[in-house]
Write a protein that binds this ligand. Structure first.
Ligand SMILES: Nc1ncnc2c1ncn2[C@@H]1O[C@H](COP(=O)(O)OP(=O)(O)OP(=O)(O)O)[C@@H](O)[C@H]1O
Ligand SMILES: [Mg+2]
Length: 277
């Protein structure tokens, strides 16, 4: 059973990439899960954090949004369609693969040849990809601003993990995301899309952080994570070396927080059935 989970918040710098990279590493390293991480952010930081040379790769997430994967296969009979080949690269961690992104993703066209809907490209590429059967989790790293890439992510995922920094504007970003979620549910008929977990990040012992946390708990009583992520400088250091926290500083409190969240993600939500390719 494959779970497709997007780490998303329309607010930038909320901890999406850091959480995704480390949760993915924990699931692969410590839980023996097979994880495919897909970067949909032109900043390419997920690959960099996982030690991949994102500028040197021959193909990348951009190919998922272009004809190179899709071809005209949607018009062919399913039996004669070639299986799509995803631009996957292995990471240093066994069981954790990556579809990297780099700046070129910013050039993803807002149109599709033949006039199809450009916000469906990612979902369509993945529908055709037989390689997905190898994985337990597909984790999408979303870009910080709303646009066609974000819509592609929302249409390809079944579950959302929403990191929320405990700062003044955080709840505003969250409200924007909930509007996008409602829109994708109704407009594109993706009724099953749901928020699995809301993760408070950058917690400090300040009154503002406490107030924001209380408001988040009220707004998302079921979805709020049991673990709150504080400031852990080792998380930043690990990323600068292209390592997960479990390789760089496994005893650090940041590692404990990431591990707890990965375990919580595993236990939350029923896995969703894989769509037939
Ligand atoms: N818990 C933490 N403690 C300390 N530093 C952190 C923590 N989480 C993330 N960081 C650092 O904060 C910065 C922003 O985090 P990150 O890149 O994960 O956010 P993001 O939501 O993916 O950002 P963007 O919206 O730009 O993609 C990074 O430099 C990262 O290393
Ligand atoms: Mg990011």
């Amino acid at each position: 059973m494959l779970r497709r989970i997007a780490f998303i918040n329309e607010k930038g710098g909320s901890g999406k990439t850091t959480l995704l990279g480390n949760v993915a590493a924990f699931l692969a390293l410590r839980r023996g899960r097979r994880v495919l991480a897909i970067d949909l952010d032109p900043q390419g930081q997920l690959g960099k954090a996982l030690g991949v040379d994102v500028h040197g790769v021959r193909s990348s997430a951009l190919d998922l949004l272009l004809d190179s994967v899709l071809g005209d296969a949607e018009t062919e009979a399913p039996a004669t369609r070639p299986a799509a080949s995803l631009p996957i690269v292995a990471t240093r961690i066994a069981g954790l693969d990556l579809i990297p992104a780099n700046k070129s993703l910013g050039l993803a066209p807002g149109w599709r040849p033949g006039g199809g809907d450009p916000t469906e490209s990612l979902a369509r590429s993945l529908r055709r990809a037989r390689e997905l059967a190898r994985y337990d989790f597909v984790l999408f790293d979303a870009p910080p601003s709303f646009g066609p890439l974000t819509l592609n992510v929302l249409r390809a995922a079944d579950e959302l993990v929403v990191p929320v920094p405990l700062t003044y504007l955080a709840l505003d970003g969250c409200a924007e995301l909930m509007r996008s979620l409602a829109n994708v549910r109704s407009r594109y008929g993706h009724a099953g899309l749901r928020v699995t977990m809301v993760i408070p990040t950058f917690y400090r012992r300040t009154r503002l952080a406490h107030e924001t946390l209380e408001r988040l708990k009220t707004r998302f009583p079921k979805e709020i994570a049991h673990t709150v992520v504080g400031f852990h400088v080792k998380l930043d250091e690990a990323q600068s070396r292209g390592l997960s926290i479990f390789e760089y500083a496994p005893g650090d409190r940041g590692a404990r927080a990431m591990a707890a969240l990965a375990e919580e993600l595993e236990t939350r939500a029923e896995p969703t059935p894989v769509e037939a390719p």
